[in-house]
Design a protein around this ligand. Sequence first.
Ligand code: ATP
Ligand code: MG
Length: 369
Amino acid sequence: MAKELIRIDNISKSFDGMSVLKNLTLSIHENEFVTLLGPSGCGKTTTLRILSGLETPDEGRVIFDGEDITHLPPNRRQLNTVFQRYALFTHMSVAENIAFGLKIKGLSAQTIKEKITYSLKLVGLEGYEDRSPSSLSGGQQQRIAIARAIVNEPKVLLLDEPLGALDLKLRQGMQYELIRLKKELGITFVYITHDQEEALTMSDTVVVMNQGKIQQIGTPEDIYNEPQNAFVADFIGESNLIDGIMVHDRLVNIGGLDMPCVDEGFGENNPVDVVIRPEDVELDNSGAGQTQGTVRSIVFKGVHWEMHVESDTGITFLVQSTEHHPVGSRVGISVDPYNIQIMHKPSSEDARVFDQSEASAVPGENYEP
Ligand SMILES: Nc1ncnc2c1ncn2[C@@H]1O[C@H](COP(=O)(O)OP(=O)(O)OP(=O)(O)O)[C@@H](O)[C@H]1O
Ligand SMILES: [Mg+2]
């Protein structure tokens, strides 16, 4: 792993007595693409504003390259931010928008011109210097906002849902461009999204947050395949989240049915949460399977069929399969032991964030980032 560039050290923040970030600790490494992922209101923007110096934490420190920058003003930090809603100056041309920060720095006209050309090339908008922002599409405007940020050659680029306002096709195009920019420029990216697919596609490291707390830090693969708690499992992709009883090591009981798994160390006869991905439920219409069930619904999703299958033991599984099983048909149901993920049940009120996540998924009312 590359060298640690930023350390968020045990940060807490409250607004009007309401706790928004709770003991957040996170390491960000050089040239890493780190994504903060979580539902609306979980504290992503607040974390980014603390990094950029627009907000001061109540407790904890921000360390940049070994130096405590917790109280350093934004303009003295080697970070640049692109916000959710790109704010281009509409009375200025594209070139003037990009040049804005450079002029403040007092660079020569020739250097500024070269930098504008270079940054426009990076975002695929060569020749757009004299256009007015209002004559550009949303995606083009957002690319100008990104060009304006990278032209200052920040060590770190902070991006707060920079693609949020774009339609799906543009978003996907921009996702690839940002990944390319990261490779070409060697900058560290701290990226915010509440779109799990975007997070999994773009990141080296995903930080899943809920209610001001980090739920899990890991590679996209870790987060998807090994969610550490029910919140992460539910937030990342669709999954079957089922109450189970851990009979003993490597055997879990789901709805009265004993199913072999590979997890150990959850004790004996303890309640656990069980996660099974829909693509990992195997159906069979020749009578084989760990249990039997009936198909209750089926819809075509483009690449696979999605079904609800009710087992005779009373559990309804969400199933994705390339095979079609009509409604009402009888099927065998099985799950490979490796595809059963066991998790501890939240033990304290505090850990019960998952149950409250519905309630918290409401954006802050009067708050504009
Ligand atoms: N300056 C402020 N004054 C009061 N409350 C604030 C302020 N900034 C943030 N909050 C509150 O803190 C909580 C976290 O807000 P934050 O903007 O960090 O969430 P977020 O994860 O970025 O959400 P979203 O996905 O909706 O952008 C919200 O409840 C918000 O209303
Ligand atoms: Mg936000």
